[in-house]
Design a protein around this ligand. Structure first.
Ligand SMILES: NC(=O)c1ccc[n+]([C@@H]2O[C@H](COP(=O)([O-])OP(=O)(O)OC[C@H]3O[C@@H](n4cnc5c(N)ncnc54)[C@H](OP(=O)(O)O)[C@@H]3O)[C@@H](O)[C@H]2O)c1
Length: 143
Protein backbone atom coordinates (compact mmCIF):
# COMPACT_ATOMS: atom_id res chain seq x y z
CA UNK A 1 0.00 0.00 0.00
CA UNK A 2 1.15 3.56 -0.67
CA UNK A 3 0.12 6.68 1.26
CA UNK A 4 1.81 5.09 4.24
CA UNK A 5 -0.83 2.33 4.17
CA UNK A 6 -3.35 4.72 5.68
CA UNK A 7 -6.67 3.15 6.58
CA UNK A 8 -9.76 5.27 5.88
CA UNK A 9 -13.29 4.57 7.12
CA UNK A 10 -16.10 6.53 5.41
CA UNK A 11 -19.75 6.49 6.49
CA UNK A 12 -22.66 6.99 4.08
CA UNK A 13 -20.72 5.96 0.97
CA UNK A 14 -23.71 4.83 -1.11
CA UNK A 15 -23.99 8.20 -2.87
CA UNK A 16 -22.93 11.83 -3.07
CA UNK A 17 -19.84 13.13 -1.31
CA UNK A 18 -19.23 9.87 0.57
CA UNK A 19 -19.05 7.89 -2.61
CA UNK A 20 -16.91 10.51 -4.35
CA UNK A 21 -14.46 10.66 -1.44
CA UNK A 22 -14.22 6.88 -1.25
CA UNK A 23 -13.53 6.54 -4.97
CA UNK A 24 -11.02 9.40 -4.98
CA UNK A 25 -9.08 8.04 -2.00
CA UNK A 26 -9.13 4.50 -3.40
CA UNK A 27 -7.62 5.82 -6.63
CA UNK A 28 -4.88 7.42 -4.54
CA UNK A 29 -4.17 4.03 -2.97
CA UNK A 30 -5.53 4.65 0.48
CA UNK A 31 -6.96 1.55 2.13
CA UNK A 32 -10.63 2.53 1.98
CA UNK A 33 -13.48 0.99 3.95
CA UNK A 34 -16.56 2.53 2.32
CA UNK A 35 -19.60 1.90 4.47
CA UNK A 36 -23.25 2.05 3.54
CA UNK A 37 -26.50 0.81 5.00
CA UNK A 38 -28.76 -1.64 3.15
CA UNK A 39 -25.82 -2.83 1.02
CA UNK A 40 -27.69 -6.01 0.06
CA UNK A 41 -31.13 -4.48 -0.46
CA UNK A 42 -31.96 -0.86 -1.25
CA UNK A 43 -28.33 0.09 -1.97
CA UNK A 44 -27.41 -3.17 -3.71
CA UNK A 45 -26.90 -1.37 -7.01
CA UNK A 46 -24.48 1.10 -5.39
CA UNK A 47 -22.67 -1.81 -3.70
CA UNK A 48 -22.34 -3.63 -7.06
CA UNK A 49 -20.94 -0.50 -8.68
CA UNK A 50 -18.43 -0.28 -5.84
CA UNK A 51 -17.25 -3.78 -6.53
CA UNK A 52 -16.58 -2.77 -10.12
CA UNK A 53 -14.65 0.28 -8.96
CA UNK A 54 -12.70 -1.96 -6.61
CA UNK A 55 -11.72 -4.30 -9.42
CA UNK A 56 -10.74 -1.41 -11.67
CA UNK A 57 -9.08 1.01 -9.26
CA UNK A 58 -7.95 -0.69 -6.12
CA UNK A 59 -8.18 -4.16 -4.66
CA UNK A 60 -8.29 -2.44 -1.27
CA UNK A 61 -11.72 -0.88 -1.70
CA UNK A 62 -14.01 -2.46 0.85
CA UNK A 63 -17.82 -2.10 0.83
CA UNK A 64 -19.49 -3.12 4.05
CA UNK A 65 -22.70 -2.52 5.97
CA UNK A 66 -23.09 0.33 8.48
CA UNK A 67 -26.08 2.19 9.91
CA UNK A 68 -24.78 4.99 12.15
CA UNK A 69 -27.99 5.00 14.23
CA UNK A 70 -27.38 1.43 15.44
CA UNK A 71 -24.81 0.90 18.21
CA UNK A 72 -24.23 -2.74 17.25
CA UNK A 73 -23.77 -1.86 13.58
CA UNK A 74 -21.19 0.81 14.46
CA UNK A 75 -19.26 -1.55 16.74
CA UNK A 76 -19.33 -4.34 14.13
CA UNK A 77 -18.15 -2.00 11.38
CA UNK A 78 -15.20 -0.73 13.41
CA UNK A 79 -14.32 -4.25 14.63
CA UNK A 80 -14.23 -5.48 11.01
CA UNK A 81 -11.77 -2.77 10.03
CA UNK A 82 -9.57 -3.47 13.05
CA UNK A 83 -9.69 -7.23 12.44
CA UNK A 84 -8.36 -6.65 8.95
CA UNK A 85 -5.95 -3.72 9.45
CA UNK A 86 -5.49 -3.31 13.20
CA UNK A 87 -5.65 0.48 12.81
CA UNK A 88 -7.83 3.35 11.60
CA UNK A 89 -6.01 6.46 10.42
CA UNK A 90 -8.90 8.52 9.10
CA UNK A 91 -12.60 8.54 9.94
CA UNK A 92 -14.86 10.54 7.61
CA UNK A 93 -18.24 11.11 9.25
CA UNK A 94 -20.18 11.75 6.05
CA UNK A 95 -23.52 9.98 6.67
CA UNK A 96 -26.31 12.48 7.13
CA UNK A 97 -29.11 14.36 5.51
CA UNK A 98 -30.93 17.67 5.51
CA UNK A 99 -34.64 18.36 5.82
CA UNK A 100 -35.84 20.71 3.12
CA UNK A 101 -39.15 21.97 4.42
CA UNK A 102 -40.76 24.87 6.25
CA UNK A 103 -39.44 24.79 9.84
CA UNK A 104 -42.93 24.78 11.34
CA UNK A 105 -43.94 21.69 9.36
CA UNK A 106 -41.01 19.55 10.58
CA UNK A 107 -42.28 17.24 13.29
CA UNK A 108 -40.35 16.52 16.47
CA UNK A 109 -40.03 12.89 15.37
CA UNK A 110 -38.46 13.97 12.06
CA UNK A 111 -36.04 16.31 13.85
CA UNK A 112 -35.10 13.59 16.36
CA UNK A 113 -34.46 11.08 13.55
CA UNK A 114 -32.23 13.60 11.82
CA UNK A 115 -30.29 14.28 15.02
CA UNK A 116 -29.85 10.54 15.54
CA UNK A 117 -28.04 10.35 12.19
CA UNK A 118 -26.33 13.74 11.85
CA UNK A 119 -25.28 14.28 15.46
CA UNK A 120 -25.50 11.07 17.51
CA UNK A 121 -24.25 9.06 14.53
CA UNK A 122 -21.06 11.11 14.68
CA UNK A 123 -20.83 10.66 18.46
CA UNK A 124 -21.24 6.87 18.06
CA UNK A 125 -18.55 6.68 15.38
CA UNK A 126 -16.11 8.91 17.26
CA UNK A 127 -16.56 6.93 20.48
CA UNK A 128 -15.94 3.70 18.57
CA UNK A 129 -12.71 4.78 16.87
CA UNK A 130 -11.06 7.22 19.29
CA UNK A 131 -9.60 4.63 21.71
CA UNK A 132 -7.84 2.98 18.75
CA UNK A 133 -6.67 6.32 17.36
CA UNK A 134 -5.28 7.32 20.76
CA UNK A 135 -3.41 4.03 21.07
CA UNK A 136 -1.91 4.63 17.63
CA UNK A 137 -0.79 8.12 18.66
CA UNK A 138 -1.90 9.70 15.40
CA UNK A 139 -5.03 9.86 13.28
CA UNK A 140 -7.71 12.29 12.23
CA UNK A 141 -11.44 12.42 11.88
CA UNK A 142 -13.62 14.85 9.97
CA UNK A 143 -17.32 15.55 10.06
N1 LIG B 1 -25.03 18.38 -0.51
C1 LIG B 1 -24.94 19.49 0.22
O1 LIG B 1 -25.11 20.61 -0.27
C2 LIG B 1 -24.60 19.41 1.70
C3 LIG B 1 -24.47 20.59 2.43
C4 LIG B 1 -24.13 20.52 3.78
C5 LIG B 1 -23.92 19.31 4.39
N2 LIG B 1 -24.06 18.18 3.65
C6 LIG B 1 -23.83 16.92 4.34
O2 LIG B 1 -22.82 16.18 3.65
C7 LIG B 1 -23.09 14.79 3.78
C8 LIG B 1 -23.21 14.14 2.40
O3 LIG B 1 -24.18 14.81 1.66
P1 LIG B 1 -24.58 14.39 0.18
O4 LIG B 1 -25.08 15.61 -0.50
O5 LIG B 1 -23.48 13.61 -0.42
O6 LIG B 1 -25.87 13.49 0.49
P2 LIG B 1 -26.34 12.02 0.00
O7 LIG B 1 -25.93 11.76 -1.41
O8 LIG B 1 -27.77 11.93 0.36
O9 LIG B 1 -25.47 11.05 0.93
C9 LIG B 1 -25.79 10.88 2.29
C10 LIG B 1 -25.33 9.52 2.69
O10 LIG B 1 -25.64 9.34 4.08
C11 LIG B 1 -26.21 8.06 4.20
N3 LIG B 1 -27.00 7.86 5.40
C12 LIG B 1 -28.15 8.46 5.77
N4 LIG B 1 -28.58 7.97 6.93
C13 LIG B 1 -27.67 7.03 7.31
C14 LIG B 1 -27.55 6.14 8.40
N5 LIG B 1 -28.46 6.10 9.39
N6 LIG B 1 -26.46 5.31 8.47
C15 LIG B 1 -25.53 5.33 7.50
N7 LIG B 1 -25.61 6.11 6.41
C16 LIG B 1 -26.67 6.95 6.33
C17 LIG B 1 -27.04 7.88 2.95
O11 LIG B 1 -27.35 6.52 2.81
P3 LIG B 1 -28.70 5.98 2.11
O12 LIG B 1 -28.39 5.94 0.65
O13 LIG B 1 -28.89 4.63 2.68
O14 LIG B 1 -29.79 6.95 2.49
C18 LIG B 1 -26.05 8.40 1.92
O15 LIG B 1 -25.11 7.41 1.58
C19 LIG B 1 -24.41 14.67 4.58
O16 LIG B 1 -24.09 14.47 5.95
C20 LIG B 1 -25.05 16.01 4.37
O17 LIG B 1 -25.93 16.36 5.44
C21 LIG B 1 -24.39 18.20 2.33
Amino acid sequence: MSNGGQVVLITGASSGFGRLMAETLARKNFYVFARMRHARTRNAEAAREWEQVAKRESPDLQVLELDVTQDASVERAVDEVLAKCDRIDVLINNAGYGIMDLCETVTLAQAQRQLDVNFFGVVRMNRAVLPTMKRQGSACFCT
